[in-house]
Design a protein around this ligand. Structure first.
Ligand code: DAT
Ligand code: MG
Length: 151
């Protein structure tokens, strides 16, 4: 079993709309393990680095304005296949095309207000975890119920 870690963030719209508990619950009940969690208002520098791949896109400035507009809940989730699975739980980028049952499919309408971010692959997961968290903020721990988990 190969454990992975991925970076997930509830964007300012998710926080403002009171969806933190709902969104955290999707990952928790799926069975992934939370290893880091904090709320912060991202600096412009952090946001521009995080979305650096989109720097040349027309929506870049609006995206950075939005993500720095208020508190974000930043998380690291751990588990087998968590990087791809988190993307499935989150759903397609355009909420109107996200399947019902996904976070965006259930909770969002507008592409610019799609409530949540999740790393799209192993390299971005590592980059984003290192960008948003100090290593001292990542907790290695073993759930007490791990006896129920199959290797
Ligand atoms: P995702 O967040 O699903 O990884 P992405 O990396 O392609 O999607 O884009 C990052 C964010 O930028 C996305 O969550 C919302 C915003 N965005 C993407 N395409 C957009 C567009 N055409 N117009 C406005 N915002 C867009
Ligand atoms: Mg992306």
């Amino acid at each position: 079993m190969s454990e992975e870690r991925t970076f997930v963030a509830i964007k300012p719209d998710g926080v403002q709309r009171g969806l933190i508990g709902e969104i955290l619950g999707r990952f928790e009940t799926k069975g992934f393990k939370l290893v880091a969690l904090k709320q912060l208002i991202p600096s412009r520098d952090l946001a521009e680095k995080h979305y650096g791949v989109h720097r040349e896109r027309p929506f870049f400035k609006g995206l950075v304005d939005f993500i720095t507009s208020g508190p974000v809940v930043a998380m690291v989730w751990e588990g087998e296949g968590v990087i791809a699975s988190a993307r499935k739980l989150i759903g397609a980028t355009k909420p109107l095309e996200s399947e019902p049952g996904t976070i965006r499919g259930d909770l969002a309408v507008n592409i610019g207000r799609n409530v949540i971010h999740g790393s799209d692959g192993p390299d971005t997961a590592q980059f984003e975890i290192d960008l948003w968290f100090e290593s001292s903020e990542l907790n290695d721990w073993v759930p007490a119920d791990q006896i129920w988990r199959i290797e």
